[in-house]
Each structure stands twice: as structure tokens, then as C-alpha cells.
Design a protein around this ligand. Structure first.
Ligand SMILES: NC(=O)c1ccc[n+]([C@@H]2O[C@H](COP(=O)([O-])OP(=O)(O)OC[C@H]3O[C@@H](n4cnc5c(N)ncnc54)[C@H](O)[C@@H]3O)[C@@H](O)[C@H]2O)c1
Length: 348
């Protein structure tokens, strides 16, 4: 495809303005921000003015009627990922859907099935895979430097990070708390680094110890504690068919020293941590760690993700983060929440 890809963005809130729109605007020779949609006319107008977009809609269905539109970014809250994605795919558009793929695995499976049926791209917004450090680590792993990976500890922990905006504290609209919001990011990264072994079961716990209280300080704005319906901490042990396991921990609030977003990976020839980026190996009778020096170490993962989405459309190739990968995370999420409810391990 030689002409510019025409892009529509559904949802013009936080992530659209922080990631998608700047990402598309940064590659004007490749694509054009052609249409915007938001149910909130104020948010819509603000974004339209900033990017001088020709076509604006409050109803995404109307936007999808534009034949010339090639691709759509879904930047709506979690409860509004499923329908816009499925409708966009059915209208023949390629889709970059924000994470998590959907509210649950049932929705996710349908999204994947539709994308395969219509032959259009469904990419999920797990942007951390595009970090140059993580790309480097993946190359080390693929070259066998870590040997057999049998365990990982994946942490997405905030000290006081309940978002004070949006619908992040509303279980009905979000599907859950930190686990489905930020835990999914570090889980996806870890699954990818481990080569996507098949998950078989999960044992999870969720706690709600802070969110409903009025005496807890917010570092990401002050949320309305009377409306808090999600967990504020979750932990899980996930088992895989090949015998590997992941321990996942995710918090909006925890009495820890500092925020952590990292995965520790254990292999038979080496270990690794994603942040701070380290590879650990035994050599010549000693165990040492090193950090590979790489160009553009702190690259913008959002821009890289958007650029790759557009390139995938132009080149007709599979995205790095497929719908199936999003579905696997959703299946694990469902199992962890279910396990927490019933009080024992559940099958996936
Ligand atoms: N990749 C990341 O690191 C990252 C970071 C932040 C948010 N996100 C994801 O992005 C999504 C949106 O989060 P946000 O922080 O931008 O939320 P937000 O509340 O700031 O923005 C969402 C926007 O969607 C609009 N909207 C809601 N329903 C709609 C509909 N049916 N049609 C059109 N517009 C609709 C809202 O009016 C709002 O303007 C969430 O799923 C979140 O998980 C991803």
C-alpha cells in the first residue's frame, strides 16, 4: 500500500492524546489522522482543534461508514473496547485496540474470531514490548542466553496510584482494579519474553484494603472513595503446560517504598530483570550481571507501537501483539478473578 493510511480514533481522552494521536502525527508521510469520535463533545472539540482533523463524530458507527478509512484506534474505557472493535473490523478497518483487549475472555475470543474471519489486523496496546531494552532482552532469550525459562515474578506495583480520573475504580466499566489495568501490561510482557507457554491454571487473591477509605492519600489525583468497587491489590500464581510458573503482583495502593514495574525471569543458563534492565549469568566460576548498552535506550514505546501498527497495515504483516496474545491475558485475568472469588485454584 503506497498511499497514506487514513486513521480514525475512537475515544479522545487520556491515552488518545498521550499516545495514539502524537504517534500518528509523528509519521505524516505514512498516515493521516482523518477522523475522531467521542461521546463527549468537549473532549472531541479540544482534540479536533489540536490536530485540525476534518471529520468528527459523536457516534462511532457513523465514523465507520466512511469507506476511505483504513484503520481505527480504540481508545475508550475497557467496557467500550468490544463493540467498537468488532464493528470496526466488520466495516473492514484494521484495529489497534487499547489494553486490556476487553472486559473478559468471552468478548476477547469474539474479537479475535472476527478479525481472523474478515482478515483485518487486530493489534492490542501492550506497548512495553516495544521498549528497546525489552526488545534486546527478547533477542538474548531467543539466542538461548537464559536457557530454559521456568519461573518469573511479574510486578506492577504502585505505592499510591489509584487514578483520580476516568472509570478506573468502577468494576462495571473497567472489569477490575490494578490487575486488569496495569497487571495486564507486565503479564503480557512476561508471557512474550517466555515465548507464550500455554496457561493451564491460576490461583489468585484480590484485596480491597485502601480504596474505600477516606484517609488514604492519592498520588494520581484523589479518587471518590464512595465509588470504589475494584480491588486495590492482587496476586496470583499462574501455571503453564510446560511446567513454568509466573507469580504476578499488582497494586494501586501498597505500603512499599517505591513503584515497581518489572519482571524477574529465571532460566537455567541465566536470569534477567526488565527494570532496572539486567542480565545475570554464571561465567568462569562467578555470577555477574550486566546491562547491554543499546542505542535509544529510553525510546518512546507508544510511538514505536503506533509506527509498527501503520507499518503492519502497509506491509500486510502480523502485528507484534496479536489479538490471540490479548486473549491469553484475558483468559488468565478471568481465572485469577474467579479463583479469588471461589478461594481455590481454577483451570484455564
Ligand atoms: N497503553 C497504556 O499504557 C495505557 C495507558 C492509559 C490508558 N490505557 C487504556 O486506554 C483506555 C482509555 O483510557 P483513558 O485513560 O484514555 O480514559 P479516558 O477516560 O481519559 O478517555 C476515554 C474517552 O473515551 C470516550 N468514550 C467512552 N465511551 C465512548 C464511546 N462509546 N464512543 C466514543 N468515545 C467514548 C470518553 O468520553 C473519554 O473521552 C483504557 O482501556 C485504558 O486501559 C492504556
Amino acid at each position: 500500500m503506497s498511499q497514506k493510511i487514513k486513521i480514525g480514533v475512537i475515544g479522545t481522552g487520556g491515552i488518545a492524546n498521550a499516545a495514539h494521536l502524537p504517534g500518528y502525527a509523528a509519521i505524516p508521510d505514512e498516515c493521516e489522522i482523518y477522523a475522531l469520535c467521542d461521546i463527549d463533545p468537549v473532549a472531541l472539540e479540544k482534540t479536533r482543534a489540536k490536530y485540525s482533523v476534518q471529520h468528527v463524530f459523536e457516534d462511532y458507527q457513523k465514523m465507520l461508514e466512511m469507506d476511505e478509512l483504513d484503520a481505527v484506534s480504540i481508545c475508550t474505557p475497557n467496557y467500550a473496547h468490544f463493540l467498537p472493535t468488532v464493528d470496526a473490523l466488520k466495516a473492514g478497518k484494521n484495529v489497534l485496540c487499547e489494553k486490556p483487549i476487553a472486559m473478559n475472555a468471552t468478548e476477547a475470543a469474539e474479537m479475535v474470531a472476527v478479525s481472523r474471519r474478515v482478515g483485518k489486523i487486530l493489534q492490542i496496546g501492550y506497548c512495553h514490548r516495544f521498549a528497546n531494552t525489552n526488545q534486546t532482552l527478547k533477542r538474548y532469550i531467543e539466542a538461548g542466553e537464559l536457557g530454559e525459562i521456568y519461573y518469573a515474578r511479574a510486578q506492577a506495583m504502585r505505592v499510591r496510584g489509584i487514578p483520580g480520573w476516568g472509570v478506573f475504580i468502577d468494576k462495571e466499566k473497567q472489569g477490575g482494579g490494578p490487575l486488569i489495568d496495569i497487571g495486564v501490561h507486565i503479564l503480557d510482557l512476561t508471557l512474550w519474553l517466555m515465548g507464550h507457554p500455554k496457561p493451564v491454571s491460576a490461583s489468585g487473591v484480590t484485596y480491597q484494603k485502601f480504596g474505600k477509605r477516606d484517609d488514604v492519600v492519592g498520588f494520581m489525583g484523589q479518587w471518590d472513595h464512595t465509588k470504589f468497587t475494584v480491588e486495590d491489590f492482587a496476586s496470583a500464581l499462574i501455571r503453564f503446560e510446560n511446567g513454568a510458573t509466573i507469580v504476578l503482583e499488582s497494586s494501586f495502593v501498597a505500603n512499599i517504598q517505591k513503584d515497581v514495574f518489572s519482571s524477574m525471569i529465571l532460566g537455567t543458563h541465566g536470569g534477567a530483570e526488565t527494570d532496572p534492565f539486567r542480565i545475570i549469568q554464571e561465567k568462569h566460576g562467578g555470577v555477574g550481571h550486566f546491562e547491554p548498552q543499546i542505542p535509544n535506550r529510553n525510546n518512546n514505546t507508544y510511538s514505536a507501537e503506533i509506527k509498527d501498527f501503520v507499518a503492519c497495515i502497509k506491509e500486510g504483516r502480523e502485528p507484534l501483539v496479536t489479538g490471540e496474545h490479548g486473549l491469553m491475558v484475558a483468559q488468565i485475568m478471568d481465572a485469577i478473578y474467579k479463583s479469588s472469588e471461589v478461594g481455590h485454584e481454577v483451570q484455564i
